[in-house]
Write a protein that binds this ligand. Structure first.
Ligand code: SF4
Length: 123
């Protein structure tokens, strides 16, 4: 596994999301589907403003923290973004910022390569 900012005390929901994404991909599917979307705590919110306007992600993190489908949301984000160039990742999804999701995707094996810019920073 690649080294990164994934803390040992990483929450269970993040671990579950990583496992769900990896297992889904191992079964030959690139998506867990979208049935979970209707349970999102952000449903009806102006997500363009709240979730895609850095650096003030505070409200997005607060919303995700009380969301009952955060595991599914993060897993789907890891799958959807696994081939998206690092510089195009944006917004908060599943309670995680783009850089966090990038590392989680790598740690889970969903994303294969570490971008050169991150290798340099990781040492
Ligand atoms: S985890 Fe966050 S972004 Fe995902 S559905 Fe829930 S509130 Fe929305």
């Amino acid at each position: 596994m690649a080294g990164g900012p994934v803390a040992p005390e990483m929450t269970m929901s993040i671990r579950l999301a990583m496992r769900l994404a990896a297992d889904t991909l191992a079964r030959g599917s690139a998506s867990i589907g979208d049935d979970w979307v209707v349970g999102g705590a952000c449903l009806g919110m102006d997500t363009d403003r709240v979730f895609y306007t850095p650096p003030k992600y505070t409200r997005a993190y607060d919303t995700c923290a009380r969301c009952s489908v955060a595991v599914e949301c993060l897993a789907e984000a890891l799958l959807e973004e696994r081939k998206v160039p690092q510089q195009l990742l944006c917004g908060v999804r599943g309670g995680q910022a783009p850089r966090e999701r990038l590392w989680l995707a790598i740690e889970s094996g969903v994303r294969k390569s570490v971008p050169a810019t991150m290798e340099a920073k990781a040492g």
